[in-house]
Design a protein around this ligand. Structure first.
Ligand SMILES: Cc1ncc(C[n+]2csc(CCOP(=O)(O)OP(=O)(O)O)c2C)c(N)n1
Ligand SMILES: [Mg+2]
Length: 537
């Protein structure tokens, strides 16, 4: 058996059923794939393959796998892998490489990929010997999944894929090797945390992505209810507590300002669960008013950002820590805050202006989405003002999942991520929300959607501008340069790709179109003329 066959067997052993990528010279790999049950999703740009693997990894908890050829194929993966690193998504990226004896500068299509991917992955390596493929792959999958999760890159020189090796056949399945969930904290530290939580008169909880990716939403909810703590989430934590929960205050963004000063002034204890500095929410936001204790819980000690200057950090198995703390909660705790009133006060400025006919206002769009989407499924969101609108005003319910690109904030994420979500959750409704800038950055993947039969609904908030950047320039200089976009007629573009396309000019039509699209099992491009005029200013 050659290296390529061994690679495919090893991938099967890791439970891989789908690979996103685009082939090149490495014919041996595709020959080996031909006889395997692994589905290869051929994309139109490798960046999209990495975004697909990222979303797939986040939703399944198992590394999403993407593949590129050497040289330009691999360099195209870069943005997607950087995104997976900063959003803590488990991804295994495989690339091809020139033969091992030609890996030097000056050789046609040779780039030092191990170095190139070093800073944008958790681990990047070359496999120089086919016998090393199974153990290296096994290790790569473990590294990708371990807290904090992220991408791993392995490059396989073409001669390593072609070389025959004399290895025993791999068994069909690997024994389950559960990841260690992290140690238990010192019992005295746990008692200290419980005492401070009991003493706090005005605690506020800030939740990041950890509970969603580690899957302890029930333990989190029970803890929040036991201590009656008003809860904010970050973008990446959105949905960790349903947003119709009586203790949910909504999302805190890195642009939060005045609306939270009152809350943080009164607060005497900030608890963070999975706070991740990469989201850009600065602790200076809450360092106002009353002296307050800052206490943190995270899977790893690195979670204790220097910015936080925490009084106490518990690192390890946060689900177990929460269960223990819940058991130590006082019986008759009452919330210290009128959460509903505060949430409504935070929402009021975000809901204005409300334009229900074209061009629609952001809140009118997100309100309609909240109303008509079922309380399950996946929403992927791009970058720009459309992301603010979805993060801050869309109200997530039930088991809906919402995926942002937030650590890197890479435009072009939403559509490919939606296709990854379609494969991870075949029975769920999948909606991608983008601006017109981000949508056209990976629009070619509509063809992937059509060819592979992966229906998604793409909602494009079209303001004919790089809206966020336009807003920033206007705010500073009263004028803008380089932020105006022209757009093709989106329904015509959709039709050319074999998708359904429509321009909606009122919230009622938007609602009707979404309802039809949700039941149609086809890919839709819903063009929503949007105006951010007067919003968030
Ligand atoms: C790949 C990439 N290029 C540039 C940026 C900088 N950037 C952030 S938001 C934005 C504008 C996005 O425009 P659009 O997709 O239309 O969204 P809108 O703000 O209009 O909702 C830009 C250019 C980025 N985040 N990612
Ligand atoms: Mg735009």
């Amino acid at each position: 058996m050659n290296g390529a066959a061994l690679l495919v067997e090893s991938l099967q052993q890791q439970g891989v059923s789908v690979i996103f990528g685009l082939p090149g010279d490495e014919v041996a790999f595709f020959e080996a794939l031909r006889g395997s049950p692994i589905r290869f999703i051929t994309v139109r740009h490798e960046q999209a393959a990495a975004f697909m693997a990222d979303a797939y990894g986040r939703l399944t908890g198992r590394p999403g796998v993407c593949f590129s050829t050497l040289g330009p194929g691999a360099t195209n993966l870069a943005t997607g892998l950087a995104n997976a690193l900063l959003d803590r998504s488990p991804v295994v990226a495989l690339s091809d490489q020139v033969p091992t004896d030609q890996m030097r500068p000056g050789v046609h299509q040779y780039i030092d990929l191990v170095s190139m991917f070093g800073p944008i992955t958790k681990w990047s390596a070359v496999i120089r010997d086919p016998e090393l493929i199974p153990p290296t792959l096994e290790y790569a999958f473990r590294v990708a999944r371990a807290e904090r999760p992220g991408p791993v890159h392995l490059t396989l020189p073409v001669n390593v894929l072609e070389r025959e090796c004399f290895l025993f056949q791999l068994g069909s399945e690997l024994p389950e090797r559960p990841l260690s969930r992290g140690g238990r904290p010192d019992p005295r530290a746990l008692q200290q945390m419980a005492a401070w939580l009991r003493e706090a008169r005005a605690p506020v909880l800030l939740v990041g992505n950890l509970p969603l990716r580690a899957g302890f939403l029930e333990a989190l909810r029970r803890f929040i209810e036991a201590y009656q703590i008003p809860t904010l989430t970050t973008y990446m934590g959105k949905g960790a507590l349903p947003e119709d929960h009586p203790l949910c205050l909504g999302v805190i963004s890195r642009h939060a300002r005045g609306e939270l000063v009152g809350l943080f002034t009164a607060c005497d204890l900030i608890l963070t669960i999975g706070y991740d500095e990469v989201e850009g929410v600065k602790p200076s936001l809450w360092m106002v008013g009353n002296h307050k204790r800052v206490v943190c819980m995270d899977s790893v000690m690195e979670g204790e950002s220097p910015l936080l200057s925490a009084d106490l950090t518990l690192a390890g198995d946060v689900a177990a820590i929460l269960e223990e703390l819940t058991a130590l909660a006082p019986a008759d705790r009452q919330p210290w805050l009128e959460v509903t009133a505060v949430r409504e006060a935070m929402q009021r400025p975000l809901q204005r202006p409300l334009a229900e006919t074209a061009p629609l206002s952001p809140a009118a769009i997100t309100r309609t989405l909240s109303r008509v989407l079922p309380d399950r499924g996946v929403i992927t969101v791009d970058v720009g003002l459309n992301k603010y609108a979805m993060g801050l005003t869309y109200r997530i319910r039930g088991s809906q999942r919402i995926l942002f690109s937030n650590g890197l904030s890479a435009m072009g994420f939403a559509l490919p991520a939606a296709l990854g979500a379609r494969l991870a959750c075949p029975e769920e409704p999948i909606v991608a929300v983008s601006g017109d800038g981000g949508f056209l950055m990976n629009v070619q993947e509509l063809e992937t959607s059509a060819r592979h039969g992966l229906p998604v609904i793409a909602l494009v908030l079209r303001d004919n501008a790089l809206g966020l950047i336009h807003r920033m320039q206007m705010a500073r200089f009263g004028d803008a340069v380089g932020t105006t976009l022209g757009n093709p007629d989106l329904p015509t573009l959709a039709a050319a790709f074999g998708a359904r396309g429509i321009t909606v000019d009122s919230v009622d039509i938007l609602a009707d179109v979404l309802i039809e699209a949700l039941s149609s099992h086809q890919t839709w491009v819903v063009d929503v003329p949007t105006s951010y005029e007067g919003w968030l200013q």
